[in-house]
Every structure is written in C-alpha cells, then in structure tokens.
Design a protein around this ligand. Structure first.
Ligand SMILES: *[C@@H]1O[C@H](CO)[C@@H](O)[C@H](O)[C@H]1NC(C)=O
Ligand SMILES: *[C@@H]1O[C@H](CO)[C@@H](O)[C@H](O)[C@H]1NC(C)=O
Ligand SMILES: *[C@@H]1O[C@H](CO)[C@@H](O)[C@H](O)[C@H]1NC(C)=O
Length: 386
C-alpha cells in the first residue's frame, strides 16, 4: 500500500476495497485512512513536515532571517561627508594643516581622552601608549556592574600599577552599578556615560579643549590626534573613520568604523555619547579592534556583558573549544549574518573574514612589544586558555 501514496488511481482502489469489510477496530482505522485519503498527499507533507521545519528554522535562525532581510525594512543612514586625510611622517605640520584647508596654530590645543572601561586591559595599554605624547588627561571610568547588570571586578583598579607611565595624567573614577534585573542594557550604559561627563569636568577640561569620545577598543592613531590639536579650522565635532578588525589585526573586516569622535569642548553643551553626532568623518584615522582578547575567558565574559546579550541564543556559544575554533576561522562568535544595508554587502561579507598578513601601519607599541602581544599579530590565532 505504500505504493499507493504515489498513484492516486491505485489509492482509490485500495480505499474502496478496505472500506467494505473487516472488524470494528480495523474498520475505524481504515475509515480514518479513507477520510484522510481525501486530502492531497502534498498537503500532508506540507502540514507534517514543512511547517514544523519552518517553525524550527525560525527558532534557530530567526535573527539571521531578520538581518538578511534588513535591506527591505531599513534603509541606510545618510552617508558621512568623508574628509581626505593627508599624512606622512616627513611632511611638516604646517603643510599637513594647509593640505586639509586648515591653519596651523601657535600652540596645540589640550586633549582629553575619556573612556568607559570594561575589561580590555591589553587594548587599553596599546591605546594609551599610542596617544601618550598628545594627551593632557586620561579619564577612565569603571563600574562594578556590566551594562547587562552582572557584577564585575574592578579590573582597571587591580591592574593600575601597570599604568604608572600615565599616572600623573590619570583621572580615575569608579561608579557602583544599579543592578536592576531585566532592564535594557542601554539604560545602564547611558547612566555610566552621564557619570563620565562629570568625571571629565573633574579632570579639568575647559572650553576649546579637545575631547576624544570613543570605546577603549577604538584607537585613534597618534598622528591623527596630533593633526587635530595643531590645526585651526577643524570642524567642532568630527567623527573618525577607523579600520575595523575582529579578534586581532589578522582579520581586517572593513574600513567603516565611525563611532569614535573628537569634540571641541563647550561647557554645558558637549555630552559624552557614542552615536552619530555630525556628518563629517576624517578618513583612515586609526583602528577598531573588537573582541581582541588574550584569554578565552575574556571572550566569554564579554559575550555575557555585551549590550546585545540576546545574541547568545544557545549556551554552546560559550563553549571555549567552539570560541577558539571560531577565532581561528575568522568566523562569527554569534553565528550572525553581517549587519549591512544592501544585499550586495551582506552576501559579499558572508562567511569567514579573509586572513590579512599585513602588519604595516599598526600601533607602534604593538610592534615594539610584539612578543608580549603576539596574539594580536597575524599568524597567531591560538589563545591562552583559562
Ligand atoms: C625623511 O626625512 C629625513 C631627514 O630629513 C630623511 O633622511 C629621510 O630620507 C626622509 N624619509 C623619507 C621616507 O622621505
Ligand atoms: C558596587 O559598588 C558600590 C559602591 O562602591 C557598592 O555599594 C556595592 O556593594 C558594589 N556591588 C558589588 C556587587 O560589588
Ligand atoms: C581599507 O583601506 C585601505 C587603505 O585605503 C585599503 O588598502 C584596504 O584594502 C581597505 N581594506 C578593506 C578590508 O576594505
């Protein structure tokens, strides 16, 4: 009778034959079968196979589907006006300023670098060494709560001795978390940014000083900050376009990081923020190294503390073996689809990030301490466990 499923004529015959005879139980069964025969077999397959698979698929890949369809429901933001960036170590500052259409100042502006710190100790060291010659005050705020409301050790405080070189220029602040259960992580983040605003004032910022607003892992190149502090005529708020890297400088994702910005400080007006605040962006102004951690446990911590915790959909995402494997392949920790606005870009970026073997134009401190920071350089994807 299994043949019957594929031949509707034969099915009818079988049905007639069975419906005429036999015991009560068999009769009921066969009646049922006869009734069901009335449906087209394709309808069955649809109801019993396709729909459950579809629902299971949405459960597994719902986020991927919405991201993939993003070009339909979301149009790209207005593009930035990208300012060409001129730099060579042998060109004078006067020439560099005038190439940008700006004028050289008699003395440079003071510069404040302010960050909210979570656990990126190595990247912080690269950042502060890179910017060291040009920063008046380093302002750092840390909390004993992650944005997602998990308790966090004061990692900067316990490593402070490693940062002796900036100690005379450091303004450090600690803020207690509010530990509100089930709250949107962006609320805690906004709360910490307001506290950072106060800390910047405590650090002694004044009108017309420059203030860098960026995450720890968004590192402006030193020459960029030197240019901005020496020239007059720079827009009052300017974003910095950074090269995006993931896990290390081996995986160069794109050149489109835009969140970092430099502000000419205005008391009562300038607010520390990490969203778009202007239309101008200076090209090729530094590096953004996301998830650039030495230990697997730091990846796990960050994945849990991250503002998009909804992305940790399955607990196996936090398995150390899987994380190591994902890093070495240049794949996505959250198994997500690239966040882009056109199908062409989404498809172009699917799959692992190609390896880059260029270590040209990276922070000087990294190359001068290559042994210590080996894991950030091409060819060293294996992380320290534990
Ligand atoms: C840079 O300037 C120095 C000193 O003027 C000179 O010796 C060197 O050749 C220059 N380098 C380049 C790459 O132009
Ligand atoms: C966080 O810090 C605040 C202020 O120092 C303190 O009152 C609170 O007990 C701390 N909470 C945790 C979980 O460490
Ligand atoms: C980023 O920009 C540099 C310099 O303009 C270019 O050589 C490189 O190919 C770009 N990389 C990517 C991944 O887009």
């Amino acid at each position: 009778m299994s043949d019957g499923y594929y031949n509707s004529k034969k099915t009818d015959d079988i049905c007639e034959e069975v419906c005429g005879q036999a015991s009560w139980a068999a009769l009921t069964m066969s009646r049922l079968r006869c009734m069901l025969r009335g449906f087209d077999i394709k309808t069955y397959i649809f109801l019993l196979v396709v729909i459950p698979v579809f629902i299971f698929g949405i459960y597994l890949h719902g986020q991927k589907i919405t991201y993939f369809l993003r070009p339909i429901w979301e149009s790209p933001p207005k593009p930035f006006h990208e300012i060409p960036h001129y730099y060579h170590e042998n060109v004078t500052m006067e020439t560099l300023c005038s190439l940008h259409g700006w004028k050289i100042r008699e003395s440079p502006r003071r510069v404040f670098d302010a960050v909210l710190f979570s656990n990126e100790i190595d990247i912080l060291k690269l950042r502060w060494n890179e910017l060291y010659p040009y920063i008046t005050q380093f302002v750092l705020l840390e909390s004993n709560s992650t944005f997602t409301g998990l308790p966090k050790p004061l990692i900067f405080a316990s490593n402070r001795l490693e940062f002796k070189f900036i100690e005379p220029r450091l303004t450090y602040g600690m803020i207690g978390g509010r530990f509100k259960k089930g709250e949107n992580p962006f609320v805690e983040e906004a709360y910490q940014r307001v506290a950072l605003d106060q800390l910047i004032r405590i650090a002694g910022i004044e009108d017309d000083d420059l203030l860098i607003m960026s995450d720890v892992d968004e590192i402006p190149s030193a020459h960029t900050i030197n240019l901005l502090r020496w020239c007059d005529g720079v827009p009052p708020v300017i974003h910095l376009q950074l090269r995006n890297y993931l896990y290390s400088f081996e995986y160069h994702v794109d050149n489109k990081s835009w969140r970092a910005s430099v502000h000419r400080y205005k008391t009562g007006k300038t607010r520390y923020a990490h969203y778009r605040q202007a239309d101008v962006i200076l090209s090729d102004a530094g590096w953004h190294c996301s998830f650039c951690f030495r230990h697997i446990r730091e990846f796990i911590f960050k994945m849990k503390a991250y503002s998009h915790t909804d992305r940790v959909r399955f607990s196996h995402y936090l398995n150390p073996k899987r994380i190591q494997d994902v890093i070495c392949r240049g794949a996505d920790l959250f198994d997500m689809i690239p966040e882009e606005y056109t199908f062409k870009e989404i498809i172009g970026k699917m799959g692992p990030i190609p390896h880059s073997y260029s270590a040209v134009h990276l922070p000087a401190y990294l190359l001068n301490n290559a042994e210590e920071y080996k894991y950030l350089l091409p060819g060293n994807c294996k992380r320290e466990s534990g």
